[in-house]
Each structure stands twice: as C-alpha cells, then as structure tokens.
Design a protein around this ligand. Structure first.
Ligand SMILES: Cc1cc2nc3c(=O)[nH]c(=O)nc-3n(C[C@H](O)[C@H](O)[C@H](O)COP(=O)(O)OP(=O)(O)OC[C@H]3O[C@@H](n4cnc5c(N)ncnc54)[C@H](O)[C@@H]3O)c2cc1C
Length: 383
C-alpha cells in the first residue's frame, strides 16, 4: 500500500464526521484570531466557550458528565485538526485534569467540574513543575499544611499551561515534607476564583507556541478545603500521575505526527512554486531526495502512531509504549520540520511563514510531558 492510499484504522464514519466538524470550527473560529492570540500570549477567553459549544473539549469524557462520549480517537482528531491549522490551545491539559477528576474525584466533584470544563466555562491547569523541580518531581517544595478542614498552601510553580485563565488547578503538593518516595506527593484541586493567596504571574516569553499561555503561579497561604485532595487520601499523587501521564504523552505524539505531516505538505507546495536555476526547486535532485526522506519518515511515524492509538483505545498500550511514542515521534517531528525549513530557504526563517513557526513551536515537544531523556529511562526500566 502506498503512503497516499494509507488510511488510519481507528477512523470510522463517526470519527470522520467529527473531524469534518472540528476542521470547520477551527478554520472559522480559531485560525482568523491567531495573530491576536500570539500577541496577547493566550487564547481569547471566549474561545474556550466556543470550543465547548463545538464539542472540542473533553470529547472522550462520558456524556453523563457533559463530555462527548467518544474515545481517544476523538481526542486525536481534535489534536490533529489543531496541529494542521497551526493553532495552540490547551485542550490536552483540560482533558488531563478531566481524567484526574473522572478517575479519582468524588461524584460531587465530577458533577461540579466536568460539565463546566466540557462547556469551557471552567478552564483547567496542572501545576507540577517548580523553579527547582521538573523531571525530579519528588523534589517539589510547595507545601499544604493541614489546619482544621483546610490545607494552607504555600510555594510556587512555573511553566504552567492555561494558567492565565484557569479556574481549577490540579496542584502537586507535599502535605508532609518529611515523607519521601511514592507517598510523598498529593494532588490538590484548587478552585482559584477570588482565592486569597493565589496569584498568576505574567505570561512567560517563550521561543514558540506564543498563542498559548504559560505562566508562573504563586501560593501565599492559599486555603483549599480538605475534601479537594484528589482521591480523598494524602500521598496518592505520584501513583495518580504515573497512571495518567501516558494519556498526555500519547496526545503529544499525536500533535507531533500531525504537525510533521503538515510541514511536509507545506514544503511540497513551496518547492513546486519556488524556482531556482531555471526551474522549480522540486526538480533539483537534493530537494526530491530530502522530501522523499521526509515522506518516508512521516509515513513510518503515522503507522507507528496509529498502532499506538489503536492499542490505547483497546486498553493495551503500556507505559513504555507511550514513552516510545512520545520520545520517537517528537524527535521525528523536529527532524522533519528542520529539513522542511531548509527546503524553504530564507523564507523558512521568517515568522510570517507557517513553517518557521512550526519549527519554533515543535522544539518544546521534546521537553514537556516528561523530557525525552526521562522517556528513555521509562523504556529502559521495562528491560
Ligand atoms: C511550554 C511549556 C509548557 C509546560 N506546561 C506545563 C504544565 O502545564 N504543567 C507543569 O507542571 N509543567 C509544565 N511544563 C514543564 C515541563 O513539564 C518541564 O519543563 C519538564 O518536565 C522538564 O523539567 P525541567 O524544565 O525542570 O528540566 P530539568 O528536570 O531540570 O531537566 C534538565 C535536563 O536534564 C535532563 N534530566 C533530568 N533528569 C534526568 C534523568 N534522570 N536522566 C537523564 N536526564 C535527565 C532532562 O531530560 C533535561 O534535558 C511546561 C514546560 C514548557 C516549556
């Protein structure tokens, strides 16, 4: 089967129809505003509620909690359509928080938060990383000291996606800094509206992904009800993260492949239109060979990703499997996009060209969600 005739096996009529509606929505409602989102370093607040109405948020959460009632295939479609359009929108984080709530929250918490998140009335963030601790999460220093029926939270977090608009933040804390190992961390669900002691810093100046907000968070004796510790018992945070992180990593892998595919499509067009030495660039053997290499890499990536998606939907993708997908597919994305920039020449370095933005945007894929070095550790541990 040639790569052009290849069809993802996880697609179905229902998934294809969902893709058409997502493509239309993203093109019409998100793409025209990208310059403004990039300038203000975050999406418009209204974009979240529009996304909720269109069914873009929580597509794989049960309908009884306001979600789309689909599977990971629906989430993959959302991510592919955003990547194809060059839009960065924190819906992976929104879905991750929803997964934490759905898996470990009480019935009251699910009914309170999930429908509001699906509708985009409530934006969610995950706050694990700190200035002094990223890969080594056990080294976090944010504490939650119990005082009666509340925890009093102090500390700070950095690099937090969706932070500017977040009304619900899943915060990794230490309830007892003396405890080490697997039971050292708890996840606290912090409702941030009008919360004294909670402060969001300015948007951080990133190299790419300018349209998505990334900020610092500060907790200065912020009080959170004891009932908001996720799972109802202290010390379960690391186990909960280990269980849920594969979802985020597979989402990152989906973005990687979709954006590499889009980069190759843009480059094919460019090398046919641009001329040098009396003919289009595509007639130069090096251009054709480099494109042939990119097409092959992206096709291999697509087939591998599709197998991961199918196994994930069937509940058969293990942690080393998602680590492999995150590590290899994001490295592949960066290799392919870098080659595509080269084939664009100087235009590939101009921010007004989508390929240049894709190059800057893609670099972080190897860093967040667990760095690729940590992914290799996870794969190697399974040896
Ligand atoms: C744009 C962006 C968005 C983000 N969004 C969020 C978010 O929403 N929420 C959140 O909590 N965090 C977020 N992060 C943080 C991200 O998850 C961390 O940056 C990442 O986990 C790495 O942590 P660090 O930056 O502290 O790097 P470090 O942990 O200091 O790592 C530095 C280098 O050392 C390597 N290293 C560390 N440990 C090992 C090891 N054991 N073996 C081999 N190499 C190792 C790393 O791979 C890396 O190359 C975001 C980051 C960015 C840039």
């Amino acid at each position: 089967m040639t790569s052009a005739a290849y069809q993802s096996r996880w697609a179905s009529e229902d998934v294809d129809a969902f893709r058409r509606s997502m493509r239309q929505f993203v093109e019409k409602e998100f793409v025209p505003h990208q310059a403004r989102w990039r300038a203000q370093h975050r999406p418009d607040r209204a974009a979240w509620e529009q996304a909720g109405r269109a069914g873009l948020l929580l597509p794989d959460v049960a309908e009884e909690y306001g979600g789309g009632g689909g599977t990971f295939a629906h989430q993959a479609v959302v991510l592919e359509e955003l990547a194809r359009a060059g839009v960065h929108f924190g819906c992976i984080v929104q879905s991750m928080v929803a997964r934490y709530v759905a898996a470990y929250g009480s019935e009251t918490q699910k009914r309170k938060w999930l429908p509001a998140m699906a509708q985009g009335r409530l934006v969610a963030a995950i706050a694990m990383t700190e200035p002094g601790a990223g890969s080594d999460l056990q080294a976090i220093r944010t504490t939650a000291r119990r005082e009666g029926e509340h925890y009093v939270v102090s500390g700070s977090k950095t690099f937090i996606t969706n932070a500017a608009l977040a009304g619900l933040v899943c915060v990794a804390v230490k309830t007892d800094p003396k405890v080490t190992g697997m039971r050292s961390i708890s996840l606290l669900m912090m409702e941030t509206g009008q919360l004294p002691g909670y402060r969001v810093g300015n948007a951080l100046e990133k190299v790419g992904m300018h349209g998505q907000d990334t900020c610092e968070l500060f907790f200065d004796d912020a009080r959170v009800p004891v009932a908001n510790v996720l799972g109802g018992v202290e010390g379960k945070g690391l186990a909960q993260m280990l269980e849920q992180m594969p979802y985020e990593r597979l989402c990152i892998a989906v973005l990687a492949v979709a954006s590499a595919e889009q980069a190759v499509a843009l480059t094919r067009r460019h090398v046919k239109e641009r001329t040098a030495f009396g003919g289009p660039l595509v007639e130069l053997q090096n251009t054709r060979f480099k494109l042939a290499e990119c097409l092959t890499e992206v096709h291999v990536a697509r087939v591998f990703l599709d197998s991961c998606i199918q196994r994930f939907v069937a509940g058969r993708l293990d942690e080393p499997g998602t680590a492999m997908a995150k590590y290899w597919l994001t490295e592949c994305q960066c290799r392919v996009i870098d080659e595509c920039v080269q084939l664009h020449g100087g235009y590939g370095y101009m921010a007004e060209y989508p390929i240049a933005r894709m190059w800057a945007d893609s670099r972080v894929q190897r860093i967040y969600g667990g760095t690729n070095e940590i992914m290799k550790e996870l794969i190697a541990w399974a040896l």
